[in-house]
Design a binder for this molecule. Structure first.
Ligand SMILES: Cc1ncc(COP(=O)(O)O)c(C=O)c1O
Length: 403
């Protein structure tokens, strides 16, 4: 597919004026509906990435758009200096959905993770009795939790980490999926274990069965908090509300983001135990937009969509279909497929093509997804996608691998 003059001009403008912190596929989207996006030249593509799972309910989901419009027409921002009539309802409904006791609202995913780190440290000093400034948080190799200075301090991805020092201390890294390493790393100063239930950016890595229940036990035995970063894995993506639900494990704190704002506005939250979130007192943490009325109204509509279980069910059933289709391509240009629900990490056979090459060939066939690292495609279509559309994408992938 050759880029039109129009597409080329948009891309040239981005390159000239925007900081070069991304390497997008050369497609310029101007409209979207459900699982489909349309570019400036009128070409349509199936969205197989969903804004890294922010668009779980599809582009411009009617219920969410209506909720946003109605709120925009009434009240947008109060700041938390005053109460508003949406905040408490959002917190109550989200706590109810997630089976948790208290909610801290923020904006982006990274802010939710930052908040969870601050809360875990404060809890360690004020409740657990860890000596001041000695608290440790156990994290995993190949983690991805966002881009702030503290978070990238414990990233082992050179692109995310290098040349941003000096780094925030207080993190201990153990191999992802190794419960005995978690146990061995726990000491008297350990405040929390912070990990993704399934690692997204690392290539949709599912830890071994039993890992999470072992980590839960290790945390319980040592009075350590379990903090699950469900920003990408949560809110129906894997076929359950939380990815941890597959393991029958509950976290003490969950970080949520992405789909919590329905792909309309950034909404994030830390949800969990009231005795842990309760360490925050007035003035000790906050954000001007955290819990603003528009975020709460959209978040409430998201909670309502999730409360029926319909999206969880779709992700489960259609996910099985997607994974069966992907597995049938193993040995035909694909070396491994991982994931759960409508979420897949697809390793391209190193003798065949790079992830970028396959992404480009898919684009030419009307399917948009994106490589992570050199050789892995990350697939996460909106949960409103239909079975036939998945088949269409699988056929395009088979062709792309064959070319
Ligand atoms: C697991 C996880 N945590 C945190 C984040 C950061 O979210 P945001 O980009 O909204 O700051 C991401 C983003 O990809 C993520 O996948």
């Amino acid at each position: 597919m050759t880029d039109t003059q129009q597409t080329a001009e948009y891309i040239a403008r981005d390159e000239r004026w925007g900081a070069h912190n991304y390497h997008p596929l050369p497609v310029v989207i101007s409209e979207a509906e459900g699982a489909w996006v349309t570019d400036v030249d009128g070409r349509r593509y199936l969205d197989f990435l969903s804004g890294y799972s922010a668009l779980n309910f599809g582009h411009r989901n009617r219920r969410l758009i209506d909720a946003a419009h109605q709120q925009l027409d009434r009240l947008t921002l109060t700041s938390r200096a005053f109460h508003n009539d949406q905040f408490g309802l959002f917190c109550e409904e989200l706590a109810d959905l997630t089976g948790t006791e208290m909610v801290l609202t923020m904006n982006t995913g990274a802010e939710a993770v930052e908040s969870a780190i601050k809360i875990a440290r404060k809890w360690a000093y004020e409740i657990k009795g860890v000596e001041t400034d000695r608290a440790e948080i156990i994290v995993a190799t190949h983690n991805f939790h966002g881009r702030t200075t503290t978070i990238i301090s414990f990233s082992d991805d050179p692109a995310a980490h290098d040349n941003y020092g000096p780094f925030t201390p207080g993190f201990v890294t153990v191999p992802y999926g190794d419960a005995s390493a978690v146990r061995a790393a726990i000491g008297p100063n350990t405040a929390a274990v912070l990990m993704e239930p399934i690692q997204g950016e690392a290539g949709v890595i599912v830890p071994p069965a039993g890992f999470w229940s072992d980590v839960r036990s290790a945390c319980d035995e040592n009075n350590v908090l379990l903090v699950a970063d469900e920003i990408q894995s949560g809110l129906a993506r894997t076929g359950t509300l939380f990815a941890l639900d597959h393991e029958g494990v509950r976290a003490d704190l969950y970080t949520l983001g992405k789909a919590l704002g329905g792909g309309i506005i950034p909404v994030s939250a830390v949800v969990g135990r009231a005795d842990v979130l309760g360490v925050l007192k007035p003035g000790q943490h906050g954000s001007t937009f955290g819990g603003y009325p528009v975020a709460c109204a959209v978040g409430r509509a998201v909670v309502e969509l999730l409360s029926t279980g319909e999206f969880q069910q779709r992700a489960k059933e259609l996910g099985e279909h997607l994974h069966a289709g992907l597995r049938s391509l193993e040995g035909k240009g694909i070396s491994a497929v991982r994931g759960r629900g409508l979420w897949a990490g697809v390793d391209i056979d190193p003798r065949a093509k790079t992830g970028r090459e396959v992404s480009m060939l898919l684009r030419d066939r009307g399917v948009l997804c994106k490589e992570t690292h050199e050789r892995t495609l990350r697939m996460a279509p909106p949960l409103v996608i239909e079975r036939e559309e998945i088949d269409q994408a699988l056929a395009a992938l088979a062709e792309a691998l064959d070319e």
